[in-house]
Design a binder for this molecule. Structure first.
Ligand code: NAD
Length: 420
């Protein structure tokens, strides 16, 4: 059954609408279109857990495997109180496009457990993780579906998934998940991989759009894994980080901030706000600064029809997933603001996950330098291909990326054929 679009406004609706627009451009026939829209498998499981109090609670877990024409399913697992099937499905579809954009031999999947780990003990989270893994053990595997961390899941949770899978299958199997601790087969450089990919996109966009990279001004929303690492890398590469922010607010210094010192301040103060050598600004003000590059690296739907008209950045490089609404996209295009889309800009994480998987399968280790060099090459190639598609079809890079991805997946499906 083809997925029904509940509302034009919802996330899954947006993802399917974008796909339909691209399928029209590529002239994909109705049968293949339905095939590409529909997840291959959707698994919903009950996860009964004995809580520390002794009571039993039953959680709901999902694993949506969208498409595996180009390789095993790949995608993170998130633990979130608002997780639902539509969201997991939309994220699984986006993973299929993301792995295709960077041309790594994976398909797309996503998993979630509806829970709030902020209010659970470590041992409750461990029991939840192990039981969830046991419930999906027959549909994951190193050549079938390889999970990874996402919102509120981390390398410790990946280690529990690996251990549970290995215990049930009777053999150590590090290649069943990526994003593991380095001493269990995790990959050097995975921590900063997404930020590194974002930084490569900034560097390549500067070349493409005629902006002098050395000294280019950069504002970054979000100072977590992606934002703070991108700030450090871009600072070391010679750009000027003029503003950064977190959920409490932001800081601005037109002469440039030292992100290493800002990080020290954040460790003590819990926020970047109040950094002594800068002016405090709001997140809204940060998004409207007159800069060469704006990097949203916090949460979704930050650049909307309300503020897009005030954006003065020359280029937006999307570190976060879905930071720009489709209405905002139209306004930015009219203003001539270039947007390097999320499925390209933040694909560094899944690219290094691919390197982790390959290393685990072959039982060897790359050094951090080797990992980052391979990542750099992959990102540059993907960046150029996306821009080439965008020029060839005379569309913005976001649509160019999607045309490239859907074309790759559709071609794979056509070659494989429909069996029987
Ligand atoms: P994180 O939790 O480490 O950091 C998020 C940062 O955003 C924090 O500094 C937080 O304070 C800030 N923030 C939260 N709400 C905010 C708000 N309303 N305004 C301003 N700042 C706010 O998360 P992360 O791993 O850095 O992920 C950031 C984004 O990048 C997410 O959209 C995520 O899906 C996406 N992403 C991350 C990875 C990865 O490898 N970590 C890969 C692909 C995409």
């Amino acid at each position: 059954m083809v997925l029904a679009v509940k509302s034009e406004k919802n996330f899954l609706g947006d993802v399917l609408k974008q796909f339909d627009e691209v399928a029209d451009i590529l002239g994909i026939d109705p049968g293949l279109r339905d095939f590409l829209k529909t997840p291959k498998r959707t698994v919903i499981v009950s996860i009964p857990i004995r809580m520390d109090s002794g009571e039993v609670k039953v959680f709901t877990g999902y694993r949506v495997q969208h498409n595996n024409a180009r390789g095993p399913f790949k995608g993170g697992i998130r633990y979130h109180p608002e997780a639902d099937l539509d969201e997991v499905t939309a994220l699984a579809i986006l993973m299929t496009w993301k792995t295709a954009v960077v041309d790594i031999p994976f398909g797309g999947a996503k998993g979630a457990v509806k829970c709030d780990p902020r209010y659970m003990s470590k041992s409750e989270i461990e029991r939840l993780t192990r039981r969830y893994t046991a419930e999906i053990v027959d549909v994951i595997g190193p050549h079938v579906d390889i999970p990874a961390p996402d919102v509120y899941t981390d390398s410790q949770i990946m280690a529990w998934i690996m251990d549970t899978y290995s215990q049930l299958k009777g053999a150590p199997t590090p290649e069943v998940v990526t994003g593991k601790p380095v001493n269990l087969g995790g990959c050097e450089g995975r921590e900063e991989a997404t930020a590194y990919g974002v930084s490569v996109c900034v560097r390549e966009a500067a070349k493409r759009y005629g902006i002098t990279f050395k000294g280019a001004s950069v504002a970054i929303q979000g100072f977590g894994n992606v934002g703070s690492n991108a700030a450090k890398i871009l600072y070391e590469w010679g750009t000027k980080i003029v503003a950064v922010s977190d959920s409490e607010g932001g800081i601005y210094d037109p002469n440039g901030l030292n992100p290493f010192k800002v990080l020290e301040h954040k460790k003590k103060a819990g926020t970047v706000k109040g950094y002594p050598e800068a002016e405090n600004i709001s997140n809204r003000e940060l998004l409207e600064l007159d800069v060469d590059f704006l990097i949203p690296a916090a949460i979704e739907r930050q650049i909307t029809e309300e503020n897009a008209g005030n954006v003065k950045a020359k280029v937006i490089v999307e570190g976060a997933n879905g930071p720009t609404t489709s209405k905002a996209d139209e306004i930015l295009a009219e203003k001539g603001v270039k947007v390097i889309p999320d499925i390209l800009a933040n694909a560094g994480g899944v690219t290094v996950s691919y390197l982790e998987w390959v290393q685990n399968l072959q039982r060897f280790n790359l050094t951090r330098q080797e990992v980052l060099k391979r990542l750099d090459d992959k990102m540059v190639k993907a960046f150029n291909e996306v821009l080439e598609y965008s020029e060839r079809y005379e569309v913005a890079p976001r649509k160019g990326a999607l045309i490239l991805a859907v074309h790759r997946v559709a071609e794979a499906v056509k070659f494989l054929g429909i069996w029987p």
